[in-house]
Design a protein around this ligand. Sequence first.
Ligand code: NAD
Length: 248
Amino acid sequence: MSENTLSPELIDRLRNAQSVAALTGSGISAESGVPTFRDAQTGLWSQFRPEDLATPDAFLRNPQLVWDWYAWRRELVGKAAPNAGHQALVELEELLPKFTLITQNVDGLHQRAGSRQVIELHGSILRTKCFDENVPVDVPPESDARPPRCPRCGAYVRPDVVWFGEMLPREALDAAFIASRACDVFLSIGTSTLVEPAASLPFGARGGGAAVIEINPNPTPLSEHADFVLRGSAAEVLPLLARVLREA
Ligand code: NAD
């Protein structure tokens, strides 16, 4: 894909945008070597489905299994580096009058790339919280328990992520909906738009009059509703958008 594949209309909408919102999903981190959920799981954990590990019931049934799965993912993410897609979004934040980055990812790669304001809809695997009290707690460095115990109340410590069947953090979700309804351009990047309520954000943006641009190598349920569809990888397409703005 080259800059020539961007239509003049898309370039015009982007250059004239006062406010842009971007929603990212696990596809943006795929090129950093972090597997998406819906791609085949690899290695040790290929025999498990995320839906069987990322739930409160699964944790209560087998806390060590779930803790170890997250420890494995944390290690994987620790070894991964942000890619050109994450970096282009840092540039968009610098170049645009208003830019809101909303992510479903839990890998912290946007922050490591340098994005300053990130709305995390699904939490972060880099943080932990108390299973019972639902408040952030740090794992004592000397602890090798799997999972460790909360230093305040003795309950299990769990990853600070939103599991299947759990509510999203209210403040983050409200901020995401407000930014989506108010933007002129909405970018849907590397997300299958199957997981609610994030999947509704582009429709909120359309309702508010925004142009919706999808960036994904594969079709999704959003594709037929998007104003522009860029069939390429995030690391390939996002730098082109950043260049359009740089050269405006
Ligand atoms: P998903 O797995 O449902 O969909 C990934 C999408 O990314 C697909 O549509 C796929 O076509 C697309 N994709 C694949 N490679 C791409 C690339 N190089 N560039 C652009 N797009 C690409 O992921 P989802 O929509 O984010 O939803 C699944 C849930 O899984 C999310 O809630 C998220 O919290 C969680 N998750 C997060 C991570 C992470 O933090 N990196 C990883 C796996 C799962």
